[in-house]
Design a protein around this ligand. Structure first.
Ligand SMILES: Nc1nc2c(c(=O)[nH]1)N[C@H]1C(S)=C(S)[C@@H](COP(=O)(O)OP(=O)(O)OC[C@H]3O[C@@H](n4cnc5c(=O)[nH]c(N)nc54)[C@H](O)[C@@H]3O)O[C@H]1N2
Ligand SMILES: Nc1nc2c(c(=O)[nH]1)N[C@H]1C(S)=C(S)[C@@H](COP(=O)(O)OP(=O)(O)OC[C@H]3O[C@@H](n4cnc5c(=O)[nH]c(N)nc54)[C@H](O)[C@@H]3O)O[C@H]1N2
Ligand code: SF4
Ligand SMILES: [Mo]
Length: 583
């Protein structure tokens, strides 16, 4: 039996056991703490059914791998060069291309299409983002699912939240909201105010954890004063809640072991860092850090705590507003900027200006069709790697299960470029794998992140556990100046059949019945940035002020803004309102 792990960009990072005689029959590693004995259809069905790119291409002509690598080496030597890497495969060996970029004097990206704004908010309060182990989630009495669509995106956490009091905060009546004890179907982009109001009411009830605050936090009094800057009645109105609902929520959480499971939803906005800093400040008010069965869970930084052999010094440009047109050559690896980045019209037109666009990936997509050189990748079954994870602290080695003539691994690609361009200093694949392996910690008998703590923040905050929690004390939000382009918020949560733009991609817009469009009609959805047609699907799970187009849908990102969050350089996919009209 061979051990590997699912490479897909997902909270769960399921561990897999393969029988080499049936290499395509993937089985969740029995007894692994987070795989729960089952893999999902994304991996077991959709990934297999999606055709992979088998033959390299240069200028639209199919060529041998050797010819394609020759062409790629020539292309990437054209300066200035940019590496734009996505998150199509979460193995650490994807990061190898950093070494090539450094040698070429190239540029990389900073920021995130995914979780950047939230990360900045967490860093502001806690100094360092530590993963909340699922074992602590299992000990909670109350779980607040705050903008995470976990039945779709993170299903292996479900056993850990079974039989708990469930509160869901989400503008959409998600599957988990339907099962919850309480669902606050708030207005999108109002989480900051909600967190501030909750913290204020907790303090008004004298329910703050005074002992913990005294020992572990700075300036709680100032935070309480800050919460008083926000007027109660207008705030509750713009959240879409009332005193009764807030009271009921507090009744469920006060005095209990509470975990917040934060998702990407509440931070897809320009003020996303303030949202997460405010939510963390609420958690600190309740004394939820450093206590068994309590805490705040969000995406973690997977390489944090490692001495990273692929960390290099290069220039960087934003991953949200990448100026592709400024580069002579661009290597797109493991990603689909033309489909995933916001303001896709701008992205496509600037990618077209790149003289040498190299696409290194598994599947055809908007970006591969624009590329001059297409290099097929190997699948995760065909290469050695290590799977780190942003949803929990467990690490899995990914061993090669299959030999294949198709594609090239990231290590071999980088080695081929080094060889062709006469570059020096590359170590063996095994050496790099060993450098990562040598740093693993263990938790419950499994490999774990080096900075794993059973109960995070018990000793203190910051990287060295020497700091105190810092409350939010500032708020600036310029959104009201730009918002009123259309009347509906455009939500783009993840889809069950696609992994971002991989696999089955829809062309539907979900509308509340109050929109008045019949199911199946073709409509034009328009924002300040672009317009795209979709087929109508009616949904009773939406607020009257929201429309929903699942992430990964064709053409969705023509509608989203080229904005990076005020902190954390995160994409602000939902900082946009749209109109809908029949075509
Ligand atoms: N099936 C599937 N699974 C995936 C992925 C996929 O594409 N498909 N992608 C993976 C990736 S890359 C990531 S980053 C994770 C993300 O995992 P999630 O965090 O679950 O991401 P989203 O689907 O964006 O869900 C966010 C939730 O936030 C809600 N929401 C939207 N706006 C707001 C708001 O203003 N306030 C609040 N409170 N809630 C809001 C949405 O309705 C949705 O239910 O999922 C991973 N898992
Ligand atoms: N509107 C809207 N847009 C969003 C989001 C949203 O919520 N709303 N979510 C954003 C989020 S959270 C994320 S993480 C980004 C993701 O954006 P990207 O990182 O661009 O992810 P994908 O679009 O899925 O593209 C992944 C590509 O990786 C390639 N790939 C897969 N495996 C391998 C491999 O082993 N090697 C190589 N070389 N390539 C491989 C595949 O060809 C695939 O096309 O999208 C963002 N886009
Ligand atoms: S749940 Fe996530 S990690 Fe597990 S098999 Fe599915 S996509 Fe992969
Ligand atoms: Mo993501």
């Amino acid at each position: 039996m061979i051990r590997t792990a699912c490479p897909l960009d997902c909270w769960d990072a399921c561990a897999i056991t393969c029988d080499p005689s049936y290499p395509t029959r993937l089985v969740a590693t029995p007894a692994h703490p987070t795989s729960n004995g089952a893999l999902c259809a994304l991996l077991n069905k959709h990934m297999h059914e999606t055709p992979r790119i088998e033959t390299p291409r240069v200028n639209g002509v199919e060529v041998s791998m050797e010819e394609a690598l020759d062409a790629a080496a020539k292309a990437l030597a054209q300066s200035p060069m940019l590496l734009w890497r996505g998150s199509g495969h979460l193995g650490v060996m994807q990061r190898m291309t950093n070494l090539l970029t450094e040698k070429l004097g190239g540029t990389r990206t900073y920021g995130s299409l995914c979780d950047g704004a939230g990360q900045a908010g967490i860093a502001a309060g806690r100094g360092y983002n530590r993963q909340l182990p699922p074992e602590q989630i299992a000990k909670a009495e109350v779980v607040v699912v705050w903008g995470r669509n976990l039945t779709v995106t993170n299903s292996h956490i479900l056993p850990y939240i079974k039989d708990k009091t469930l509160i869901v905060i989400d503008p959409v009546r998600t599957p988990i909201a339907k099962r919850a004890d309480m669902h606050l179907q708030i207005q999108p982009r109002s989480d900051f105010l909600l967190a501030i109001m909750l913290a204020r009411f907790v303090t008004m009830e004298n329910a703050e954890d005074a002992t913990w605050l005294e020992a572990h936090a700075e300036d709680f009094e100032d935070f309480y004063a800050f919460t008083q800057d926000f007027r109660i009645v207008p705030s509750l109105r713009s959240i879409g809640t009332d005193l009764q609902e807030i009271g009921a929520l507090l009744n469920l959480i006060l005095g209990k072991k509470v975990v917040f499971l934060l998702g990407a939803g509440p931070q897809k906005y320009s003020h996303g860092h303030e949202v997460f800093w405010a939510i963390d400040s609420l958690a600190a008010t309740l004394g939820l850090f450093g206590r068994e069965g309590c805490g705040v869970s969000y995406l973690g930084n997977t390489v944090q705590g490692f001495e990273n052999p692929f960390e290099v010094e290069t220039d960087k440009v934003s991953i949200v507003t990448t100026p592709f047109e400024k580069f002579s050559s661009v290597l797109v690896q493991g990603g689909n900027p033309a489909g995933s980045m916001p303001d896709a019209n701008r992205v496509v037109s600037t990618l077209k200006q790149v003289a040498h666009l190299v696409y290194f990936g598994l599947h055809e997509n908007e970006t591969s069709y624009l590329a001059d050189i297409v290099i097929p990748a190997k699948t995760f079954l065909e290469k050695e790697d290590i799977r780190l994870c942003y949803g929990h602290h467990y690490i899995e080695e990914m061993h090669k299960v299959l030999e294949s003539d198709v594609g090239i691994s990231e290590y071999d690609f980088v080695a081929a470029m080094f060889e062709r361009l006469g570059l020096e200093g590359l170590k063996s694949e095994q050496t790099y794998l060993d450098i990562w392996r040598g740093q693993f910690a263990t938790a419950h008998g499994y490999a774990a992140l080096p900075d794993y703590q059973e109960i995070p923040y018990r000793e203190g905050f910051g990287e060295e556990n020497e700091e105190r929690f810092v409350f939010i004390d500032e708020y600036e939000d310029a959104f009201d100046d730009v918002a009123e382009v259309g009347s509906y918020w455009l939500l783009s949560p993840k889809s069950a059949k696609s992994l971002n733009t991989q696999f089955v991609r829809g062309e539907q817009v979900f509308l509340p019945p109050s929109c008045g469009f019949e199911e199946g009609v073709r409509v034009e959805v328009r924002s300040a940035y672009g317009v795209q047609q979709f087929d109508v699907k009616t949904s009773h799970d939406l607020r009257e002020d929201c429309v929903l187009i699942p992430a990964g849908s064709i053409g969705l990102n023509k509608l989203t803004p080229p904005l990076a969050s005020e902190e954390g350089e995160g994409a602000c996919y939902q900082e946009v309102k749209v109109t809908v009209a029949q075509v």
